[in-house]
Design a protein around this ligand. Sequence first.
Ligand code: SF4
Length: 366
Amino acid sequence: MKKNSNTLEILIEKALENLPLSVEELRYLLTIHDEDQIELLKRGARQIRSHFFGNEVFLYGFIYFSTYCQNYCSFCNFSARSATARYRKAREEILNISAELEASGVHLLDLTMGEDPYYLTNSGKALLELVSAVLDITRLPLMVSPGVVEAELLQKFADLGVSWYACYQETYSPVLFQKLRSGQNFYKRLYAKRMAKKMHLLVEDGLLLHVGESVGNIFSSILAMHSLDVQQVRVMTYVPPKVNGIPGQKKHHLDEETLIAILRFVFPDRLIPASLDVQGIGGMSSRLMAGANVISSIVPPKSGLKGVSQTTLDIENGKRTVGIVSQALKEMGLQVAEQDTYWAWVEEAKIGNSHGAVRRKAGLSQ
Ligand code: SF4
């Protein structure tokens, strides 16, 4: 690709028209390391976000309802290897927290768990009952993040009216995947997402940053997520668990905010979270300034709920609440979207599920 001073402007124009970048253009974005250029990249990402979403931001309520897990992920606080204290919230409590989050003004409820056998045995019967009970008491779209599950269970989620299936590959390097998700099947995880899309569930995928990946790994991971045509894509910096985790390894110049900006160029009209789970409320604005448009991991205080990465940061002091986030958004000239706007986006994205893959095939995925 021939580069000149207008290259970024040209890529902004392409993104504004929702045209896929070429692989050379993605490679170019991943090489940017000059501070002035990174600022231009982020400014471009904000312009693209503003074109597709105005100044509106979506808020996700996070309910990590079981921290039991049968897996041995080397980056996770709740790996089966870890002797950390765990909880499995009672159904009534989960329903109360869901209602509290809805009343506080979030746009979506994210029901997350470790791969807890209590919920997954008997073809996921207990999980289905819980999901059904939450759907009965909420008018909000529901995201489920239960780990890898069978296609039949995904179909039942879709039949119940679940909107999203979140399942993070963390990397599309099969070698690095084994280091991170030790003993798990790379292709089974990918297959679950493909199945979810077939069943018209929206899919969120994501990358973990500074776990020993190279720029080349990031490049192929972005290509893979683009090819999968996910509706929400997140990048999160690795925060080593207090015990047993692999050490953080930064092998390149890219940080979370720069990657959020690059993702905005690659996925112009998709959702990109600014997670409160890495740096708490203090890290929100830099991620929004990079083009994110969802605030994820809003957790009510006094609920006893944990975060995934930073398990307690800003939860009990009430800084991961809609009130605090809304105020911070206002100070940045952004605002919380209307509930109807989010529902409309979800419905439109579901229709696009069947067309999007075809539309996007012409670009990065080749
Ligand atoms: S990342 Fe998820 S699947 Fe892996 S150990 Fe943690 S809770 Fe379990």
